[in-house]
Design a protein around this ligand. Structure first.
Ligand SMILES: N[C@@H](CCC[C@H](N)C(=O)O)C(=O)O
Length: 288
């Protein structure tokens, strides 16, 4: 029987991004891809990302977090999920600021309201091997990639950046004018992205306001993606489309992102607890 049977979880959302938080700090169990898919398939615990807390690896941090996508793959970053974890930790002992760790590094979290948190998402990386891309591009402000007819591409010239996970940003006038559910999987799995990529369609409305629609790697369309909001702001500022801070509006709500002069990207937004529950043992009858 899986150690997850009858284990408790929090079903939350961060600006509409569906998040499940599971605390395994008292266990050595590492969730398998099969278990993650079984949890995601259940209506009460469905998630875009599941954030699994493990005991800390680095002194001074509250926990080590593994991040799972709906398809059971693991991700290096999840901004909305990290805010949800921050809420759980803050409720635990009333701490207003603390640090957590993911495979991408240490993330400082700070409570800025009863249900709002800021997360230091770290430094963006632009090297083609860091994103990663399959081949060298010297200038990742716009790489050569297009879909559609060669003389009339539907989408072309994305900015690419790693925020601990790979992002491609296509600049458009209206994100919702595109069939992202159809285009997203093609771009996510394009051979230029050896580890696949999160795909953003972004419209710069003013120097401090961006409208964003995201196809997430390993998930599909989501109502918000925090690391994508960071990737888009950094890419917009780098190409002089905006300044270094902006509100990013997604279908599920607004996130505020600032690319500080010390190169760290700070993302601020809401968290919401939907319900708490326990995993029915039947979920794991076939999952190993
Ligand atoms: N929703 C997340 C990003 C989730 C990870 C992504 N699907 C990946 O595989 O990289 C966020 O809020 O950042």
């Amino acid at each position: 029987m899986s150690p997850l049977a009858n284990h408790s979880f929090w079903k939350m959302n961060g600006a509409g991004n569906e998040i499940v938080v599971v605390d395994l700090r008292a266990s050595t169990h590492v969730v398998t891809a099969t278990e993650a898919r079984a949890i995601a398939a259940d209506e009460r615990s469905r998630f875009d990302q599941m954030m699994v807390l493990h005991r800390p690896r680095t002194p001074g941090t509250r926990c080590y977090i593994r991040i799972y996508n709906t398809d059971g793959s693991e991700a290096g970053a999840c901004g909305n999920g990290t805010r949800c974890v921050a809420w759980v930790l803050a409720e635990e002992d009333g701490a207003e600021s603390f640090t957590v760790e993911t495979v991408a590094g240490l993330l400082a979290c700070r409570r800025v309201g009863p249900h709002a948190f800021s997360v230091d998402m770290g430094e963006p990386r632009f090297g083609w091997q860091d994103i990663p891309l399959a081949e060298e591009f010297r200038d990742t402000r716009a790489i050569e990639l297009q879909i559609g007819p060669i003389d009339a591409p539907v989408l072309h010239s994305p900015s690419v950046v790693s925020m601990g996970n790979p992002h491609a940003v296509f600049w458009v006038d209206d994100p919702y004018a595109y069939d992202l559910p159809k285009i997203g999987p093609m771009l996510e799995n394009h051979p230029i992205f050896p580890e696949r990529a999160n795909i953003s369609l972004a419209a710069v409305k003013t120097r401090d306001h961006i409208v964003l629609w995201v196809w997430e790697r390993g998930v599909g369309i989501t109502r918000a993606c925090g690391s994508a909001a960071c990737a888009v702001l950094v890419s917009a500022a780098r190409t002089k489309r905006t300044g270094r801070a902006a509100t990013v509006s997604l279908p599920g709500g607004d996130l505020f992102v600032e690319w500080r002069e010390d190169n760290h990207v700070i993302m601020t937004g809401p968290t919401e607890l939907e319900h708490q529950g326990t995993f029915p043992p039947t979920l794991f009858a076939t999952a190993a």
